[in-house]
Ligand binder design. Structure first.
Ligand code: URA
Length: 233
């Protein structure tokens, strides 16, 4: 199939499409031995020999999609400079190289998607992509009605306004929060800003994909309808 070179590089997990475009114009990519530094070049994804910085890259045709219930005390990176446990350690028995889609903090638990589908990763983590993420937050103290209203309308964190968000009291000092953005430690910072610091935070859902009964530290493969759902978000 003929596909654009930048899409090929994203699907091969080399980089996001935007970064792949930069690599192309920097002349770091060759197709069948010739430098391909023009954006929009189309290649045959089954026949072309594509190299980045002289190293061949390939699309892995066996796409894998899993949902992990990330425990606290584990980092969402491939390797940790402090040798802490990573989400890769929890999925080490999967032989394909998969990567986390977005991040959860070290001290946050819950739903994390991992895949080797670079295109899906790119689309789901792009700031333009407003997928809803649902969190359950246990907080130090219940926010007032006025504080919840401020939260809903958007508040300033790190000098910038957040988009409107959903917040609901669902139990003693327990809040259900739905946000569309993915800023650094966003839920913690938003709760802090309304005077209700987070004690525990769990991601419960991404769009309509829920964690369900999946045990902490375990993963499961996504069903075909769940994969289609994510691809069409
Ligand atoms: N918001 C946070 O504060 N932490 C997370 O891990 C995810 C969202």
């Amino acid at each position: 199939m003929l596909i654009r070179l930048q899409k090929f590089l994203a699907e091969a997990q080399v980089a996001s499409r935007r970064k792949a475009e930069e690599m192309i114009v920097q002349g770091r990519v060759t197709v069948d031995g010739a430098v391909a530094d023009t954006l929009g070049t189309k290649i045959d994804d089954e026949k072309a020999v594509v190299c980045v910085d002289g190293k061949p890259v390939k699309i892995c045709k066996d796409a894998i999609y899993i949902m992990l219930n990330k425990p606290e005390g584990c980092v969402t990176t491939v390797k940790d400079q402090f040798n802490r446990k990573t989400v890769m350690d929890l999925t080490a028995d999967i032989k394909e190289r998969i990567y986390p889609v977005g991040r959860l903090d070290y001290d946050t638990s819950g739903l994390l998607i991992m895949t080797n589908d670079g295109d899906l990763t790119y689309r789901l983590t792009h700031p333009r992509h407003n997928v809803e993420k649902t969190y359950i937050a246990d907080v130090e103290r219940e926010p007032s009605a006025e504080a919840m209203e401020r939260f809903r309308n958007g508040i300033v964190i790190d000098g910038r306004m957040t988009a409107p968000a959903h917040i609901e009291n669902i139990g003693k000092n327990r809040l259900k929060i739905v946000i569309h953005e993915g800023r650094n430690r966003q839920v913690r910072k938003m709760c802090e800003a309304i005077g209700s610091p987070v004690l525990h935070l769990k991601r419960e859902a991404i769009g309509s994909l829920h964690l369900g009964e999946l045990k902490k530290g375990s993963y499961r493969y996504l069903a075909p309808n769940e994969i289609d759902y994510l691809k069409n978000l």
